[in-house]
Design a binder for this molecule. Sequence first.
Ligand code: NAP
Length: 479
Amino acid sequence: MVSRVIPVSAFDLVLFGATGDLARRKIWPGLFHRFVAGQFDESSRILGVSRSDLDRETFQARVAKAIEDPTADKAQVAKFLELVDYISIDATGERGWEALANAMRPDTVRAFYLSVAPNFFGPIARRLERNGIATPDSRIVVEKPFGHDLESAKVLNAELRECFQEHQIYRIDHYLGKETVQNLMALRFANSLFEPLWNSSQIDHVQITVAESLSVEGRGEYYDHSGAMRDMVQNHLMQLLCLTAMEPPSKFTPNAVRNEKLKVIEALEPVPMQDIARGQYRAFGEQGSYLDHSSNPNSTTESFIAMKVEVANWRWAGTPFYLRTGKCLRDRVSEIAVYFRNPPHMIFPGTETPQGNVLVIRLQPDEGMTLHTTIKDPGPGGMRLTEASLDMTFADSLKDAEKPQDAYERLIMDVIRGDQTLFMRGDEVESAWAWADPIIQGWTESGAKPQQYDVGSAGPEDALLLMHKDGRRWRPIGT
Ligand code: NAP
């Protein structure tokens, strides 16, 4: 197999929060995989930064543990660790900054990855600038959550823009790094088959589901101040909606793509309360309830949300987008299901279309696409109809291709390449908050309590009713 890995230029990557949970689970393994894939120039370096006072060997031992994998080649691990160094820095004080400034090399791509809490974004950006570490070409990457509401997102944007220009700022939404999400753009804009059908005259509705089977256990304190609307809908589901609904950009460049996504967010209608179902999981069997896991025994934070969203433009008027996400659901499923309209006239007497054509784009599990079609039920007995699927699971159909990269791997390499296409622009984030804020404010003002649903179910009753009143049904979650 010929490798299609495109090497990136030599870089100095400074990873703030290098001892944290995200770095351990995603960033270090992702960097190691790219190194093994041969994507790094071997003069590249990764400087881990955090508050703890650690020597290089102790830190490298931690990184080695994070990238531990029985299949990993020990020689490769050792070579990777040679690129890794550590500096202890106080993000809000003066300790360590001079050492970092001295460690940076001229004429090398500089990227600062802020895998730390958002209250450190401003202080770190200012210190990078003040100490002459940030250059006009360096990049700064920030993790979610990007704000709690419109006001706080504006503050974060202003803090970052004081020291970096927009073309240097990379706001991560790891959903955009998923292979299938990028495939959605390829499906729409590299094929002539679907685009003529991609509008309200041919599409009845769209369902976007991100269902998780896990609870918030262990993250209760954070989650209780967030909830499904802030944690998932305003960012991840919004991005999936944008990529599904946007107009074709004139070219595949960061701003052309992001301009089109922004137009979708700006075209969203306010969502009336009767078009939203809000839920909170309750104990079922062995499993605890949200209130057992939350830091607040009277919490009214939602762990589930379903809503009907209208995109008010010529392409989509009359075609609702139903969004649904939640914790402790029956299964772990992320997908976009595009429901095409039924044929206008049935010529087969006594038969009904079992289900119109549905194109399902699966993000997890088993990334791939399925097109549900109606065919003749095989065999004798007259003209009966049944459903058959054209199925493409990427792992099966692209056996010879390289294994898809994890979203973080892909996105970090994009940062080094200087490609912002799969990162959210500041105005997109603010617009998404401007849409979400009134919904959240409505719940706060009304004191609305989420409806309880069983752990392991498909969500609260209200979510089913939301669809039923429109004469539609959710796709099942899991089998
Ligand atoms: P974490 O485990 O709490 O780690 C926080 C990191 O920040 C540690 O490396 C810590 O260093 C460092 N730190 C704290 N105070 C510091 C200071 N004053 N100066 C310098 N470094 C300091 O957090 P995390 O879970 O990795 O999350 C990091 C960011 O990613 C957050 O914004 C989070 O919302 C976001 N995120 C996390 C996940 C996830 O799955 N964990 C997913 C998506 C987004 P010490 O260890 O030395 O104290």
